[in-house]
Design a protein around this ligand. Structure first.
Ligand code: MGD
Ligand code: MGD
Ligand code: MO
Length: 762
């Protein structure tokens, strides 16, 4: 049996003791404002902080770099931000910097021994750094030398496929486009991205059924919906501005249903911090009903609802939208057959939801004239994720709940430009028409063989098939599964390059040669070559808009992401030097080329400068399904055998209220009532008692997969309301328990919400 021990990730914060209180009954309110003030004060200072906030998400301002929730098309308030957007801005606007001296003082080993929160508190990276073989410290290097290091290494590889190029979803459209172009001109499709660990399952399910890997609703649909399902998503923390949309919908009479093993505070109620009532902490109740589904039980629940709807239809013909089904869909019979083949009682058991509740949901769906379903990681990071999301699509198609006002599918994206990066071609398996357009426009021959995704990249590093790793943002080591294996993979590389804004754990476990290339953030003016440049992003609802930095760069010589990529490309691809020279001095030139290569971007430069930007084409929004047949497809989605040992629990790894993915802003998970300590596991009380474990005592958690075990030790167990058999720990610490090869079918997304674990007294 292979055994993996805990390693450097999740080094605990030493200062304070764990405090546990009752979970909150609502999100936001006065505390959200108080926390905004606290973080602004901690990082840039109050005056500077609020000056910056006033420009965020405003027309002519810069796009918030936190989540991908859209801004209102017309009625923007003077405060289009939330507590967590403010934390993200405070983090990037910090007055602290770390340069030459800091890295001379702290060895890489010392940095590796510090916590994620400590990393976050040190400040912004300001100069290019290098660590050569056998060095113990990073040292400063010039930009020019840094670019040569990268280009020389890449040119020396046996094949371009020996390098892999990661992207995190904060990169702008312009940076993402230049990056994928450089990588494909160089000769590989090894373009893994954070999406591989995020909404890949949504993309796979939606592409297969409606022909586009994106959602179909607009923000304006929310007040027009009468039923909104929020499945496997925690908007109170991760998409706080979505609560305003939910509040408006409720005030107009919509019914919101929460489907989640936990009843998250943000779905119980919302106290709008910009309304007087909200500041007094008076809440608008949001979810009318909570479905405490078993982990991974969503597919069973959705199928059980489908069966009741089928029965209702057979009784009185009140359910199916026959004309929509006939005109716009295929394979309806296949879907009905799959429902008829199920054992209803087994579905009830598997879902953990009572028959009465299932019937209530079916009635709600039958009577709904406008259904929106929102989902996020609670669906995408499970074993049967793609099937589950396809089952959501089935329920929408049978009632024609797509492509009309107040109805549609809403995968809620994570990173602020993760959707745009994909549109720009950051994907290891872009379809042929995209390659054809690149080839024709640049008179090149891009490689067609699909590249590695995240999991495959790590495996290829371990097999020595990838020896150079370049990351456009992100924190590959902490975000990826299986921390100790991924550490080994990264450390085994000949070259690792991180284009980053702040220190993170990926810098602490470098390859033989390692570079850190610091870049500008969105709020800063981008004018390295004289003229200020704008960038653009695409939000979760397909709106492309400009983002203009308004504040001086932290350090004059700081490069933008585009400038860094062009700096590398000019040396790596001497034949195309003039192209990248043109791109780095004028982002309009990049956008002019995007307009010619990528559908939907005609007149890009002009339209991106319109107030509020523009919508990208989205066929399914108009019932023009972009599948091969032109019709939306029903699918038959089989349940998988999820039987596991009675003793085992299902662990999910999720976010606290005080972090942005691997960036730990602070030590509070305020809505869940957990303070000062992240090294914890939330468990059902009965499961604790069955194991003779006392509340708040230390436990050892072991994950089990294919005969291998992984351990996270001396974790504090906290009783929390969730179904028996479920438990939860914080990401990124608990990534040490997530097996690299335990991934969702089809999408290959690590199943970060579905890890079989045993828990015992420490
Ligand atoms: N402030 C802040 N904002 C963020 C982020 C952040 O870290 N901080 N991250 C950004 C990114 S990249 C992303 S992808 C999004 C993430 O946004 P979310 O998906 O909301 O993030 P998670 O914390 O992973 O929460 C997942 C939710 O799914 C539930 N869940 C777990 N297992 C299951 C299951 O089997 N079934 C169901 N129905 N529910 C389940 C969990 O209880 C939890 O409420 O947020 C983005 N926004
Ligand atoms: N166990 C577990 N693992 C998960 C998840 C989970 O729920 N559970 N969630 C997954 C999900 S949904 C995602 S999206 C991934 C996230 O994976 P990543 O996107 O790789 O991780 P982040 O923590 O968002 O990256 C933070 C780093 O990005 C850099 N950065 C910040 N802003 C910028 C910028 O503007 N430009 C550049 N170049 N760099 C910048 C900073 O240096 C910072 O340290 O993690 C995944 N991993
Ligand atoms: Mo994400």
């Amino acid at each position: 049996m292979n055994k993996f021990e805990s390693n450097t990730a999740g080094i605990p914060e030493p200062q304070r003791e764990l405090k546990v209180t009752k979970p909150a009954e609502k999100a936001a309110g006065f505390m959200a404002v108080a926390k905004t003030v606290e973080y602004m004060n901690r990082e840039p200072g109050l005056v500077e902080g609020f000056k910056r906030l006033a420009k965020m998400n405003q027309k002519g301002g810069f796009d918030c770099s936190s989540c991908a929730w859209p801004d209102p098309d017309d009625h923007r308030s003077g405060h289009e931000y939330c507590e967590n957007g403010a934390k993200a801005l405070a983090s990037e606007s910090t007055a602290k910097t770390i340069g030459k001296q800091f890295f001379a003082q702290h060895s890489i080993a010392h940095l590796a021994a510090q916590s994620d929160h400590w990393h976050e508190l040190q400040g912004r990276l300001i100069s290019p750094l290098i660590k050569r073989e056998h060095d113990t410290h990073y040292q400063e290097i010039s930009w020019d030398e840094a670019f040569s290091e990268v280009a020389n290494n890449l040119q020396s590889l046996p094949t371009p496929d020996h390098a892999s190029f990661y992207t995190s979803g904060r990169a702008s459209n312009e940076a993402a486009y230049v990056y994928q172009l450089m990588v494909r001109m160089y000769g590989t499709n090894n373009l893994p991205d954070c999406s591989n660990m995020c909404h890949e399952s949504s993309g796979a399910a939606l592409n297969n059924t409606i022909g586009i890997g994106k959602g179909t609703v607009k923000l304006d649909d929310f007040p027009k919906a009468d039923v909104i399902l929020v499945i496997g998503q925690n908007p109170g923390t991760n998409h706080p501005r979505m609560l305003s949309a939910l509040q408006e919908a409720v005030r107009k009479g919509a019914t919101i249903i929460s489907v989640n093993p936990l009843f998250e505070a943000g779905l119980k109620g919302f106290a709008h911090p910009q309304e007087p009532k909200g500041m007094l902490n008076l809440k608008t109740p949001l979810a009318a009903d909570h479905y405490a589904v078993k982990p991974g039980g969503d597919l069973a629940l959705l199928k059980a609802v489908g069966i009741i709807l089928l029965e209702m239809e057979e009784a009185d013909g009140s359910v199916f939208d026959q004309s929509f089904i006939a005109e716009h869909t295929l394979d309806f019979e296949l879907y009905l057959e799959s429902l008829r083949g199920e054992d209803f009682e087994a579905l009830v058991e598997e879902s953990g939801i009572s028959t009465a509740q299932i019937k209530r949901l079916a009635i709600l769906l039958r009577d709904s004239k406008g259904l929106i379903t929102c989902w996020a990681m609670g669906l995408t990071q499970t074993d049967n994720a793609v099937a589950t999301i396809q089952e959501v699509v089935n329920l929408h198609l049978m009632r024609g709940q797509i492509g009309r006002e107040g109805a549609g599918l809403c995968p809620v994206r994570g990173h602020s430009n993760v959707q745009g990066d994909r549109t720009m071609g950051v994907w290891e398996k872009m379809p042929d028409p995209f390659h054809d357009a690149l080839d024709e426009h640049y008179q090149i021959k891009t490689p067609r063989k699909h590249g590695y995704d995240v999991v495959e990249t790590i495996q290829a590093m371990l097999n020595k098939q990838v020896s150079s790793f370049i990351a456009l943002g992100g924190n590959f080591l902490s975000a990826s599964p299986d921390t100790s294996i991924t550490t080994k993979a990264l450390e085994g590389c000949d070259l690792t390059v991180q284009i980053s804004t702040k220190l993170n754990r990926s810098h602490c476990h470098p390859g033989k040669t390692a570079l850190i290339l610091p870049c500008l953030v969105r709020s800063e003016i981008d004018q390295l070559f004289g003229t200020p440049q704008i960038i653009s992003t695409e939000n979760s609802m397909g709106v492309v808009q400009s983002s203009t930095g308004h504040f001086p760069a932290m350090e004059e010589s700081l490069h933008s992401e585009v400038a860094i990529l062009c700096g590398i490309a000019k040396k790596l691809l001497p034949d195309h030097r003039a192209l990248f020279e043109n791109y780095e001095t004028d982002y309009d030139a990049i956008r002019d080329d995007i307009a010619q290569v990528i559908p939907g971007f005609q007149n890009f430069n002009q339209r991106v400068r319109q107030d509020g930007g523009f919508y990208l084409p989205n066929g399914p929004r108009e019932r023009q399904f972009t599948t091969a047949s032109g019709k939306a497809r029903f699918t038959a989605n089989a349940l998988i055998d999820r039987h596991q040992d009675e003793e085992l629990l299902t662990l999910q790894t999720f976010r606290t209220h005080d972090q942005y993915n691997t960036t730990v802003y602070g030590m509070e998970d305020r809505y869940r009532g957990v303070y000062n300590d992240r090294w914890v596991i939330l468990m059902n009380l009965q499961d604790l008692q069955d194991r003779g474990i006392e509340s708040l005592s230390k436990v050892n958690v072991t994950s089990h997969y294919e005969g291998e075990t992984r351990e996270m030790n001396a974790v504090t167990a906290i009783p929390y309301a969730m179904p028996k058999g479920a438990c939860a720990a914080y990401f990124p610490e608990a990534n040490m328990l997530v097996p690299l090869h335990k991934t969702a079918m089809i999408s290959n997304t690590p199943t970060s919400k579905a890890i079989p674990v045993s828990v015992e007294k420490a």
